[in-house]
Design a protein around this ligand. Sequence first.
Ligand code: TPP
Ligand code: MG
Length: 312
Amino acid sequence: MSQTVLETTNKHRSARLQSLLRQKAQWVRQTVLKMAVYARSGHVTTAFSQTELLVALYYGGILRLDSKRPKWPARDRFILSKGQGGIGLYPILADLGFFPKSELDNFAGRDSILGVHAEWNTPGIEVITGSLGHGLPIATGIAQVGLLDKKDWLVYCFLGDAELYEGSNWEAAIYAGSQRLSNLVCIVDRNKQGVLGFTDEIRTPRDGPRLNPVDNKFAAFGFDTRVIDGHSYREIFKAFTGLRQRIARGCKPLLIVANTTKGKGASVMENKRFWHYRVPSGADLEAARAEIRRAHPSRKRQAKDTAPHEYE
Ligand SMILES: Cc1ncc(C[n+]2csc(CCOP(=O)(O)OP(=O)(O)O)c2C)c(N)n1
Ligand SMILES: [Mg+2]
């Protein structure tokens, strides 16, 4: 798998680029499954929900990053507020060269640099998260500093939807809106599920209070908003185009609601209450593997079921 960051050009909508991104997404899902099975830990459905968004951001030339200089001062700051999604970000960071792919073998292990939740000592991870609800206040503070220092880097804050029940999100949103933090881009992975409950279909006591309409709530707090299909590269690139110019134009902070499916890509786990903390095994695992293998027909070596430590 090439480690080249794909260029940001009009080619984004081209079939070739879409095919490359689909291939990356397939590889990320396969790698997440291997890591989780090997470690007997990790949030697989969480990672599958966010895959296309992270693949587009990291391989599609949206984020300005340098894997050889993770602390490059001019980098965009990407904050994975839904820290349990780390398992789905680590393969991408490794593939891009932030750290060796062999580190993926030790996901969640003793002395690992890759925790179940994202931690700041991992190259490419900005802040520790996983205690949900605290990424946005941190992102807001960093964005404020960027504006005061007249920098052109952007701060991306990637939130879970049920995470919006927690922490100091709304306090931070009020502040971000009132200060017109034009360099702040919030993305909500709107998979409509938390751990065991749904966010808008209140059928059991495990379901949370209704979150809809998420976009209108943020708009009321002073954000511009966009709602997209978080599995469509065409919609993702459209929503993430021209964001850096928003700083010079003094725009409002931006919220992108990305409608997704929890467990996307493995129907056996899609949109079910059961899977948030579980790692599939047996027939479920085989079904998931087979479906992901079929997702991109040109993937080489797809028939070979590699050992956990082989990530190519
Ligand atoms: C402060 C805090 N409370 C509870 C948890 C337990 N927890 C882990 S993941 C999760 C649900 C997250 O749902 P969501 O933010 O929608 O993420 P996703 O669906 O993308 O996994 C919860 C409640 C936590 N990590 N932190
Ligand atoms: Mg969710």
